[in-house]
Every structure is written in C-alpha cells, then in structure tokens.
Design a protein around this ligand. Structure first.
Ligand code: SDX
Length: 389
C-alpha cells in the first residue's frame, strides 16, 4: 500500500487511494491507527509516540522513542525572520490566517535544497513540521495578544512546552498544571489523524503534483479552517455561548430541525461516523477530568453540552439521522477551561493533525503515484456556435 491515487468511475467526485495508516468503520464507531484502537492510544500512549507510530508504522522501543523526542527538540525554533513576516499581519488577524501564511512561508527556507524523492529529506521535513507547529501556533496567539513571542523550552514535554509558549511572558514563567498538559497531549492524540478527511485529501492532492510538503501542509490548514471541518470546535463554543442557558436548548434544537434554517448543531454529525465518534467518548472523559480539577464540574457550558448530547441520543430526528457528538464537541470546553481562546481552537487542531497530514504525504510520495485528477459529471451546455453579429 503506497497511497496511490486511483480513479474508479464510481468515485467521479473524489479520487480514492490506498493507505495503511488509519482505519475507520463509521457504522461500528471504530478508529484504528496502524491497527491500534484510538481509546488505547489515548489511555497508554503520548502524542510524540503516536507521531512515531503514524509516521513509521510501529510503536517505538525506548531507545527509538528517546531518539525521536531528541530530534523533535532539535527543530523547535523557527528562523528569526519569520518574526518579521508575522509582524506584517494586523494584530486582529484570525490566528488561522496567520498560521496558513507562516507555514506556507516555511517553504521559502527549506524548499530549495529539498528532494522529495529522498526519504531522508522527507523525514527531516516531517521533523521540522512536527517540531515547529507548536512554536508557530503560539506565535499566532502571542501576536494576537500584542505580547512578545515566547521561545520554546526543550526541557519540557511537547504539551508542556506548548502551554509554556502560549502563556509564559518575559516577566513571568507560566507554571504548567500537569492535568492541563495531560489533557492537551490527549487532545493532540485524538486529532492526530483521521484517514481521508477533507484536509488530508487536500494535502494528498497538493502533494501529488510534487509540491513541497510545507506548501501542502499550508493547503491542509486552509481546508481545515472551515466550520464544517476543523472550524467546528470553535463553532461549538460560539453555539454553546449563544444558547447561554439550558432553558434555551429547545429553541436551538427546533432551529437544527428546521430545513429553512441553515443552523446546524455544531459538533454533531459526521461524514463517516453513523455511530458514536470514538474520539468524542475519550474527549468527554477528559473534559470531566479537567473541569473536576478546576472545581468547575457544574460549568454551565458543560451542562448545556451534556443536555444536547442526551437529546441527540433520544430525539428521533437525530437518532434517525445518526447524528452523534463528534471529536469537536467537547474539545473546546476543555481548551476554554485551560484558558485557550476560541480563536485558537482550530489552530490547535491543525497543529495536532500535522502528523496525520505529513504521514499521508510521506506514504504517497514514498511509492509510485500519479497526479490527482478528480473527475466530474458534466451537466452544462452541449456545443454551440458563437452568435453572428
Ligand atoms: C470533522 O471527515 C472527517 O474525518 C472530519 C473530522 C476529522 O477528524 O478530520 O472527523 C473532523 O470535521 C468533524 C465534523 C465537524 N463538523 C461539525 O461538527 C459541523 C456540524 N456537522 C455538520 O455540518 C455535518 O454533520 C457534517 C458536515 C459533519 C456532515 O454533513 P453531511 O454529510 O451533510 O451530513 P449527513 O449527510 O450525514 O446529513 C444527514 C442529515 C441531513 O438532514 P436530511 O437532509 O437527511 O433531512 O442530517 C442532517 C442533514 O441536514 N444533519 C444535521 C447535522 N449534521 C447533519 N442536522 C443538524 N445538525 C447537524 N450537525
């Protein structure tokens, strides 16, 4: 299996491909990464070990993991001139717009001496992206706050370092709460990969032209931004805040059922899962743990979320349409409780999904592949002549 794009007339609207990275059974609610169930990885693994698994296909032994973590730490800084590029944005630019720009700009630093057909070059590109995404994500946040960028600290774990870069300032080091770091690491694992979703398919399609991986990942980030995809986690919090109180839930449920109303319950439904999204179960448990740690188990947002979930599991409209909470439904409540603003939620999703994108890109480029070329069903005019004047 080498991620070859193949076309079957039955798949006219999308290209199909082979992959050995992730398996989903939407009807059974099964998600496996290289054969390992997501719930077991979330419970026993950590994000960098899951990155190793997705990229190389096997879990690392102790020595392999130590070497992988050490190499990731060697690339956490970005070129200083990225700071100038960052300062070209308005302070109120959406962090996703900044992230698309900064990641695309990485091409300018590494593209010239990169041969995508060299496995070593592909591996270094993967390390650079895994390592630099938290640094770039935190840069987006700091700039939006008008605060100086915080440099990475290589003595911290991946999740601790991210929270440090987000919340430390030159005046005060942020004291990382281990429960928050564990929750962030679990959020990273749960978002790491998800087979041929819209953004991963974009990365594959862009990569199939031979474009450099940094540009391909920037295309994936742009695709993830939409509220129907990765932007849903930000939209869930906006929806919960708009509902505001349990007494207004029925009003929004009616809107979600009204065919004349474009409103949809954010964080519900899925293109593939017609059963519970296995990631949502782990996310809900993590949400309960973090809010309990903060003494906020009666958080109004959580109460509204749980009531919506209960309705979705009981109301015939949602049951008939198999609309269950998806990965985005609880993640935002956790991140808000940690102090992360809603505008950063999809940035964090993109950061975590980078390993999935680059693993799919690497899988495709490492074998024979052809440029992707989705087909269409032409429904326009038949041939006609230009009118004579
Ligand atoms: C992600 O692909 C991936 O793997 C994505 C992802 C990943 O990890 O990469 O899992 C991440 O993107 C998760 C999805 C996040 N998006 C949202 O939570 C946004 C809200 N959800 C919807 O917009 C919607 O459910 C989609 C886009 C996710 C799926 O849309 P579909 O494919 O159109 O849903 P469907 O065809 O199964 O809909 C069936 C019916 C329709 O009603 P009828 O025409 O049959 O009467 O269900 C309705 C839809 O209108 N419906 C909803 C609904 N989702 C579908 N009604 C109310 N609220 C919703 N959320």
């Amino acid at each position: 299996s080498h991620g070859v794009f193949t076309y079957d007339p039955g798949f006219m609207s999308t290209g199909s491909c082979e992959s050995a990275i992730t398996y989903i059974d939407g009807d059974a609610g099964v998600l496996l990464h290289r054969g390992y169930p997501i719930a077991e990885l979330a419970q026993h693994s950590d994000y960098l070990e899951t990155c190793y698994l997705l990229l190389y296909g096997e879990l690392p032994n102790e020595a392999e993991k130590a070497e992988f973590v050490k190499t990731v730490k060697n690339h956490t800084m970005v070129q200083q001139s990225m700071q100038k590029f960052l300062e070209g944005f308005r302070n109120d630019a959406h962090p996703m717009a900044v992230m698309v720009g900064l990641v695309g700009a990485l091409s300018a630093f590494y593209q010239d001496h990169m041969d995508i057909n060299d496995p070593k070059h592909r591996e270094i590109a993967a390390f650079r992206l895994i390592s630099k995404m938290p640094t770039i994500a935190a840069m987006c946040y700091k700039y939006s706050k008008g605060q100086p960028v915080t440099y990475p600290r290589n003595d911290l774990s991946y999740a601790e370092n991210f929270l440090h870069m987000m919340f430390s300032t030159p005046c005060e080091e942020y004291k990382v709460n281990p429960v928050f770091a564990k929750a962030m690491d679990r959020i990273f694992i749960l978002h790491a990969d998800h087979e041929q979703n819209a953004s991963t398919s974009t990365v594959r399609l862009a990569g199939s032209s031979g474009a450099n991986p940094f540009a391909c990942i920037a295309a994936g980030i742009a695709t993830l931004w939409g509220p129907a995809h990765g932007g849903a986690n930000e939209a869930v919090l906006t929806m919960l805040e708009e509902i505001g109180d349990e007494s207004r839930i029925d009003e929004f449920i009616a809107k979600a059922k009204d065919k004349n109303d474009p409103f949809r319950l954010m964080g519900f439904g899925h293109r593939v899962y017609k059963n519970f999204d296995p990631r949502a179960k782990v996310m809900r448990e993590t949400c309960d743990q973090v809010l309990a740690e903060l003494g906020k188990s009666d958080d109004p947002m959580l109460k509204i979320a749980k009531r919506l979930e209960q309705i979705a599991l009981e109301d015939p409209y949602f049951v008939e349409r198999k609309l269950y909470p998806n990965v985005d439904f609880y993640s935002g409540i956790i991140m808000k409780a940690i102090g992360i603003p809603t505008s950063m939620f999809t940035v964090i999703f993109a950061m975590a999904r980078t390993i999935g994108w680059i693993s799919h890109w690497n899988e495709m480029i490492s074998g024979p592949y052809k440029i992707g070329r989705p087909r269409q069903l032409y429904v326009g005019h038949t041939e006609r002549s230009y009118p004579k004047k």
